[in-house]
Write a protein that binds this ligand. Structure first.
Ligand SMILES: N[C@@H](CCC(=O)N[C@@H](CS)C(=O)NCC(=O)O)C(=O)O
Length: 223
């Protein structure tokens, strides 16, 4: 009997979904990946998660029947690493890891969106939005000046939970990002962009449709 895999509804460019996929790669799990199109979400996803955001992880029994659904990227990250954490990403202080991810999701993401789409938010200029976001970049820079990763010399859940958002910030204008006074953060991001786990996470898949052959993610272990 083939054992059914848990199913991840995902969107390649979504930073929350990248967080979940990085968690899966570091947990050395394999899931069935269902790439979605945000403008045309599959009915199967909306039935199990009516709020309609990705990532969604549908946990299944070995026969494929549903066990439960995890609808928040932070919870997916936590859950997958709790199953298997060979590199000890959950060994860092959980209070600090949570606080950083919280600041990322509740504060930094807000400024990131406005910096990226400043024309839709004319209340402040794009530079002002960037400067608001830089408050968090400075927090990260201070941490990375002390050690190689955010919470020590080993990768933690905070690194993979936050990295996709810093990448998005940098990609608004890379010349500007790399000219800012955050040398440790810039190096940390460069290292992540070259990391085999990140490259695995960014492999492209076609949008899923009912009846398609299951796409197993990750396709290869980067470790
Ligand atoms: N709090 C959620 C946020 C996820 C989220 O907002 N994802 C975006 C894509 S990056 C989304 O699915 N938006 C729905 C849409 O655009 O229709 C999480 O952490 O999983």
């Amino acid at each position: 009997m083939t054992v059914a895999l848990h199913r991840l509804y995902s969107f390649r460019r979504c930073p929350y979904a990248m967080r979940a996929r990085l968690g899966i790669v570091f947990a050395e799990l394999q899931v069935e990946l269902r790439e979605i199109v945000l403008k045309n979400k599959p009915a199967q996803m909306l039935v199990i998660s009516p709020k309609g955001t990705v990532p969604v992880l549908e946990l299944v029994e070995t026969d494929g029947s549903q066990k439960c659904v995890i609808e928040e990227s932070r919870e997916i990250l936590q859950w997958v690493l709790e199953q298997h954490d060979p590199q000890g990403l959950l060994d860092a202080d959980p209070v600090s890891a949570n606080a950083l991810i919280e600041q990322n999701d509740n504060e930094f993401k807000r400024w990131l969106d406005r910096y990226k789409y400043a024309d839709r938010h004319p209340e402040l200029s794009q530079i002002e939005y960037r400067e608001r976001g830089e408050v968090f970049l400075q927090v990260l820079e201070n941490l990375l000046a002390k050690h190689k990763y955010l919470l020590g010399d080993n990768i933690s859940s905070a690194d993979i939970g936050i990295m996709p958002f810093v990448r998005q910030f940098a990609h608004v204008d890379q010349d500007v990002f790399y000219s800012l006074p955050y040398p440790h953060l810039q190096q940390w991001l460069r290292n992540w962009l070259q990391h085999p786990a990140f490259q695995q996470v960014m492999v492209k898949f076609q949008a899923w449709q009912e009846g398609d052959q299951a796409v197993v993610f990750p396709t290869d272990s980067p470790f």
